[in-house]
Design a protein around this ligand. Structure first.
Ligand code: GLU
Length: 309
């Protein structure tokens, strides 16, 4: 047998177990797998289960990924098992004077963030300059405190394989929510670095969060991965795919008589390839030719439920 060199670096797919994966998720997962596998990287799966968990959803997601021919290396990591690592990162930032408690309610933040001059949706820093006495007073009111990053930039640039240089806002992002749960932006940075992930391929709805994550990685002394934010799958109205759009999951498709290979074939077609398995796709995949436009689902006849015009 020809010896193959061990993988260097890793890509990953990190679903939130909030429900079934839809075709957009499956397409993103296939792309992440293809990017990793065609660049000699390992491919890891992580369940982002700090939030929005539906019982049994993670297991079904893993089954669906396996059914469409995605394989992964090593055990599946769950964020809920990694809380001490997030605590350690927040402690490190706090020790460096990089955090503060925030007592704002969601409503207060929305009101303040819509004020002119601030970056869209950015936290305006209301609690950044509270005195010790003010902080104690708010604690005494019983307001739960979130922990925020004390950012010293307003924006940060990242390089994306599809989007090129992307400059995005960085604000005093939440590291730990008021309910004590570590925030996604922190957990993703800590985990990708800990798992040796040096290539992040995910939906382009997350592109605006990426400068925050890359900046945070730098503060923690971690290297930011290479990024590729791939287009989403949209319904005919140009909206993000949702359950109500019809037969959007693998099980819906099975119920219509379509096999996982049929689904892979349709996803391959949306990427400009003729292939029925991920193994075949891997042979022909060219990372420089990933479509930059969203896939509008109803243009693919396969997914039109029987009887629909
Ligand atoms: N768990 C996140 C989601 O499903 C994705 C996280 C990531 O890829 O960074 O939206």
């Amino acid at each position: 047998m020809v010896p193959t060199s061990p993988p260097t670096g890793a890509g990953r797919y990190a679903p939130s177990p909030s429900g079934e994966l839809h075709l957009g998720n499956l397409r993103t997962a296939i792309l992440a797998w293809l990017f990793a596998r065609t660049t000699g990287r390992a491919f890891l799966l992580r369940i982002d289960d700090l939030d929005r968990v539906r019982p049994g959803a993670a297991e079904r997601q893993l089954d669906d990924l396996a059914a469409i021919g995605i394989d992964w290396d090593g055990p599946v990591v769950r964020q809920s098992e990694r809380l001490p690592f997030y605590d350690a990162a927040i402690a490190e930032l706090t020790a460096a004077g990089r955090t503060y408690e925030c007592f704002c309610t969601r409503r207060e933040i929305q009101k303040a963030a819509s004020a002119p001059h601030g970056p869209m949706g950015a936290y305006p820093g209301t609690c950044r300059h509270l005195s010790d006495a003010q902080r104690a007073a708010r604690r005494a009111e019983g307001r739960p405190a979130a922990v925020r990053l004390r950012a010293d930039v307003d924006d940060f640039a990242i390089a994306d394989l599809l989007h090129g240089r992307y400059l995005g806002a960085v604000d005093d992002l939440v590291l730990r929510r008021g309910d004590g749960i570590p925030a996604y932006n922190l957990a993703v940075v800590v985990d990708d670095a800990a798992q040796g992930v040096d290539q992040v391929v995910r939906g382009d709805d997350l592109l605006p969060s990426t400068p925050r994550q890359a900046y945070l990685a730098g503060l923690l002394g971690l290297a930011a991965p290479a990024y590729a934010h791939v287009p989403l799958v949209l319904n005919q109205e140009g909206k993000r795919l949702a359950k109500r759009d019809g037969a959007v999951s693998l099980s819906d498709q099975r119920a219509l008589g379509n096999t996982p290979e049929d689904v892979v074939a349709a996803i391959a077609d949306s990427l400009g390839y003729t292939a029925r398995t991920t193994a075949e796709l891997r042979e022909v995949f060219d990372a420089t030719r990933v479509p930059k436009k969203p896939w509008i689902l109803e243009s693919i006849g396969l997914f039109r439920p029987e009887g629909c015009p």
